[in-house]
Write a protein that binds this ligand. Structure first.
Ligand SMILES: [Zn+2]
Length: 547
């Protein structure tokens, strides 16, 4: 019999080698220790006597990493990402699993599984167990219903009372979250979510941002300081919308490559752009549809994303499908060169989702009906989709997408973003920087400034600057802070860039280029026609008939 620990958690596409936290594995049968032979770092072979009854498998797991996909335990709380904890017993993947917890006094376990009268929880399969995050602590639970389905909300935030702080500062939080959940249901054209019950776990930290989706729950991380900023609460509701919508898109309406999930080998998934891009696009529209943000705020948020996309040079290097397929080795391992060599499938996926939505509207339909149809045909049965199935679903509503969509996915040419935006009365206005373009940014360190990013093909790279170089002076002027660089740059002559590399001083000839676009702003077109404004009004209401 083989015992294996998963290597990754679905939703977070990086091999995490959870086994590095596992210690002291023993297997016992009738009080006798059995030999365990390690076949792989995370796989053991044991040979029990089939007649001798139960096996007792013991091990310890270090819980020192605080994230939505790792385990953490301190005096205030515990969090278990079960992929990092539970061994898969060969042959038992589809069998029922029972979970029990022994806890300190006054602590409770918050688990998105049905609880039995003896306090244990039942998962119908190993996958359901792995899909159940476990939050532990003396936290208070709040509840609300969506379409008759019970929803629970639990906040942990370091010292006691984070949940109380949250509800004191944002007294409408639970109502607003419920409205966002309703908006998701409405987007999917269903009365109630597909779960039997839903658990929100929020880790409210000083700083941090993220979430991980599950079938019956989500774990969110958000910064208390970010929440206090003017846009913070709106962005928080977008995160809620994003993770909640994932119970449809990606959890149940799932790429075929993740049916079933291989916990030990990273599967190549070309359609992560659909899972994350579509979700990222609508997560901004959902709070708006729920009446919790304004059209101007949507334009601000969408404009930020479009600007980030247009200023990512890597989009002309890596296609959207390649970005999805390479998630394991690129997006989740982004480094100082990432912006020049890759494009996020979240970001470009959201841009393509916007273009798809606006393109479908030319054909009298929209993104929402396509999502709803995919849900009815595949998602609700948890039948996986292939890229061909997605293209066919879009092409059924707009035949010209048959050629267009594959080119958006597999080529590096941009969709006609400006054209689509113009149709709904919007303009992307370039804002040009006031200083010449040198093609590098610096990060302050104790010793001085270090080159943090060097644009591929830009002036600094041409001059010979590399990431990690210490930037000392420009034309003999010592620079110690990033904002001292800009005023020294000029375009009319070569300049001396003095750097230190591996403790050797070097003089580089820097020739700056003219100032470049530093961001784009999404604005209303003052020349927009009445028809364009009407299209804009309908586009901003996700589920209003597009025609
Ligand atoms: Zn997501």
């Amino acid at each position: 019999m083989r015992l294996r620990l998963p290597g990754w958690t679905p939703g977070s596409y990086l091999m995490r080698d959870y086994v590095r936290h596992l210690e002291e594995l023993t297997v016992e049968q009738q009080g006798r220790l059995l030999p365990c032979r390690r076949l792989e770092p995370a796989c053991w072979l044991v040979e029990p006597d089939p007649q001798a009854g139960e096996l007792l498998i013991r091990y310890r797991v270090m819980a020192t990493e605080l994230s939505v996909r790792t385990c953490h335990l301190d005096g205030d709380h515990g969090f278990l990402a079960l992929a990092a904890v539970v061994l898969e017993v060969e042959g038992e993947r589809w069998a029922e699993h029972r979970l029990s917890c022994s806890l300190p006094p006054r602590w409770q376990a918050f688990v998105p599984l049905p609880q039995q009268s003896d306090g244990s929880w039942i998962a119908t399969t190993f996958d359901e167990l792995v899909d159940s995050p476990v939050e532990l602590g003396p936290h208070r639970e709040h509840g609300f219903a969506v379409g008759g389905v019970a929803h629970r909300w639990v906040t942990w935030g370091g010292a006691a009372g984070a949940g109380d702080w949250l509800l004191q500062h944002f007294p409408s939080l639970l109502d607003d979250v419920a409205q966002v959940c309703h908006a998701c249901c409405r987007l999917m054209a269903v009365e109630a979510p597909p779960c039997n019950g839903y658990l929100f776990v929020l880790h409210l930290l000083d700083e941090g941002y993220g979430g991980l989706e599950h079938n019956h729950s989500t774990v969110l991380v958000y910064g208390r300081r970010a929440l206090e900023k003017p846009n913070g609460y709106r962005k928080f509701l977008q995160l809620v919308a994003h993770e909640y919508l994932h119970q449809w898109n990606v959890r149940r309406l799932r790429p075929a490559e993740l049916c079933p999930i291989d916990y030990h080998q990273p599967p190549v998934v070309p359609s992560l752009w659909f899972a994350e891009g579509i979700t990222s696009y609508v997560d901004q529209l959902l709070p708006l549809s729920a009446g919790l943000s304004t059209p101007d705020q949507l334009l601000e948020d969408l404009g930020e994303d479009l600007s980030r996309f247009l200023l990512t040079p890597g989009r002309s290097v890596q296609s959207l499908a390649a970005s999805s397929e390479e998630a394991w080795v690129k997006l989740y391992r982004a480094d100082a060169y990432a912006a020049d060599s890759q494009v996020s499938y979240y970001l470009k996926g959201a841009v393509v989702a916007l273009c798809l939505d606006l393109h479908l509207r030319r054909h009298g339909t929209a993104l929402a009906p396509v999502l709803q149809r995919l849900w009815l045909e595949l998602g609700q049965w948890q039948r996986g989709y292939t890229e061909q199935a997605l293209i066919a679903a879009f092409t059924a509503s707009a035949p010209d997408l048959e050629g267009l969509l594959p080119s958006w996915l597999h080529q590096v040419d941009d969709p006609d973003l400006h054209g689509y935006l113009q149709e709904v009365g919007l303009l992307l206005q370039p804002i040009v920087a006031t200083i010449p373009w040198a093609g590098f940014t610096c990060r302050p360190e104790a010793s001085g400034l270090t080159a943090q990013r060097v644009w591929r093909g830009g002036p600094a790279e041409t001059a010979g600057l590399m990431v990690g170089d210490e930037v000392l002076a420009i034309d003999g002027q010592r620079v110690r802070q990033s904002d001292q660089i800009g005023p020294l740059l000029r375009t009319d002559a070569a300049q001396e860039l003095l750097i230190s590399r591996r403790s050797e001083l070097r003089s580089l000839p820097l020739r700056c280029a003219a100032p470049r676009v530093e961001r784009y702003q999404l604005t209303r077109d003052p020349q927009a026609s009445r028809q364009a404004l009407e299209r804009q009004r309908r586009w901003l209401r996700l589920w209003e008939a597009p025609w």
